[in-house]
Structure formats: C-alpha cells, structure tokens
Design a protein around this ligand. Structure first.
Ligand code: TA6
Length: 277
C-alpha cells in the first residue's frame, strides 16, 4: 500500500507500507526519511528539528549527495544540489505483499544548468522490503564528459554512539578530513571523538553493530565509504541538530568520493547501489 501525502506546508512525500516494512520518501531529493522493518525501530535517524521546508535539506534519513560529495568544488553547494530539487515520481510497483519498488527521476533544469552546465538524467530506484535497496543511476545526456562524485549520506539510528562498533573497514586506507591526512584503519571503529573519514578500496560489506541490532551495508558501483559522527562540539554547530543528537546516529555513506570519482562520457551511465539489511 502507498499514498502520496503532504505536510501542512505542501511538502510532498510518499508513504509506503507492506507486510515486511514501511517507509517515507520525500519527492524533494528522492529523500528516504523513514525506513522501518516490521516490529523494529527505525533504521534511519531523523533529526527532531526536521521541519520539511521546501528547498531546505532534510537533516537525517538518506540525503543524496550529487553531483558532488563534499565541498571541494566551490562552484556547487556542499554535497551538490540534488537533495533540494524536486524529483518526479515515475512509478510505484508492489512486487509482492512484502516488497514495494519506487522509481523517482530528476532531469536538468534551467536552474541546475546555471550552476552546473550539464544535461543529465538522475534516477533513484528504491526497494522497500525486509531490506532497503537504493540504486542511483546517473546518465550523461550532454555532449561533454561529466565528472561525478556522490554518496548516499545515510544517517543510521543507534542506541548510543558509545556502544557502536563498525566492522569491515579494517586495513583500509582512509582520508581523515579533520587533519587532511591519510591513515590505515587497523582495528574495528569505535567512537570517542569526532570522526570524519573517507575510506578507499572498500569491496566488502560494512557492518554496523549496535546494542540492539547489527546492520549490513553492501554496495556496488562504489569503492569508497564515508564514516561520520560530529561528536560533542561540532554537533552544537550543525544546523538542524539538537546538542545531544551526536549520541543517536552514525553516518555510513556508500560513495564515489575522492579517488573513487566517476567520469562519464556523453551518453554513458553509472549506477551507485547499496543494500541495507
Ligand atoms: O559526510 C560527512 C560530511 O561531509 C561532514 O563533514 C559534515 O559536513 C556532514 O557531511 C554534513 O554535511 P551537511 O551539508 O549535510 O550539513
């Protein structure tokens, strides 16, 4: 079952409910801001300060960073512009009683071409079931080559950040954005301070272990993973975040970032895919 709904201010979203799971997806940014499996707490964290204002990025859920991850490209907003643009809902298919698939699409507009002079098609295919599958396909409809970095900037709901362990990134090199230096990850990741790292050469599932559950994040079309928690001081400076919110989430972001960028010739496509289960 699915319904197209809107908040009092006209902000539109799709509500999906099936026998295995439920979800809410904003048309703006094709932004999944709720995903729950039957009889479980939300897998995704959503800030209590989220007020769903048009053209303002939602804090939490799965923001799409596209056509840039990060803020290295000063000609574009941090994490690009897709997360604040209105996608078109092309299709909702109820594959079976426990699996619903949605396809949303964004095309270049006069506004997008003013800040990023490319014709493109960006398609987000979301499968809501006992697992959550996200497929973001970029097609270069322009005549010139397209440089692309991107990420599913997924905010995972956790019982307490101090009880979290992230496995699967041992022995991977990472760029530490806090000190602009490269390191190698030796042990499993625990949190006792701000963490903002881009792991490279990732080709296996990353596992988020929390007191109440273990979640696997497996990607294709990507070999970089971002791990971020703002910790105490940065959390206080973040927009749309309460002072103690850092305790409630960790971001594990399947990406094409840094050395894992993509270059698409005219007519070429690239798909970033992530399975959360
Ligand atoms: O993915 C980590 C990061 O780049 C952090 O440095 C922090 O800026 C976070 O994204 C949130 O960015 P946003 O633009 O959503 O406030």
């Amino acid at each position: 079952m699915y319904k197209l709904k809107s908040f009092a201010n006209g902000f539109e979203y799709i509500e999906v409910q099936n026998t295995a799971s439920s979800a809410k997806i904003a048309l703006q940014g094709a932004h999944i801001f709720e995903y729950k499996r039957e009889r479980e707490e939300d897998i995704l964290w959503l800030s209590q300060e989220s007020d769903f204002q048009k053209t303002k990025a939602i804090r939490g859920g799965v923001p799409l960073c596209w056509p840039r991850f990060g803020s290295l490209d000063k000609s574009l907003p941090q994490h690009g512009f897709a997360r604040t643009m209105l996608f078109e809902l092309l299709e909702v298919k109820e594959i079976h009683e426990g699996k619903t698939q949605l396809i949303l699409e964004l095309r270049d507009t006069k506004e997008s071409r003013e800040i990023w002079d490319f014709s493109f098609k960006l398609q987000m295919k979301i499968t809501i079931a006992k697992s959550l599958t996200m497929q973001l396909t970029t097609t270069n409809l322009d005549t010139k080559e397209m440089f692309l970095t991107q990420a599913f900037h997924t905010y995972f709901n956790v019982s307490d950040i101090s009880d979290v362990t992230i496995k699967g990134l041992q022995n991977r090199h990472y760029f530490d954005a806090l000190v602009d230096e490269e390191f190698t990850q030796n042990a499993e990741i625990r949190f006792t301070q701000e963490v903002d790292r881009v792991y490279q050469g990732v080709n296996a599932a990353v596992v988020l272990e929390d007191k109440r559950r273990s979640i696997s994040i497996k990607s294709s079309g990507s070999s970089s993973v971002v791990v971020w928690n703002p910790w105490i001081e940065k959390c206080k400076r973040m927009s749309g975040m309460q002072a103690l919110a850092y305790k409630e989430f960790v971001c594990i972001e399947s990406a094409n970032a840094f050395d894992d960028f993509k270059s698409l010739k005219a007519g070429e496509s690239h798909r970033l895919e992530t399975l959360i289960c």
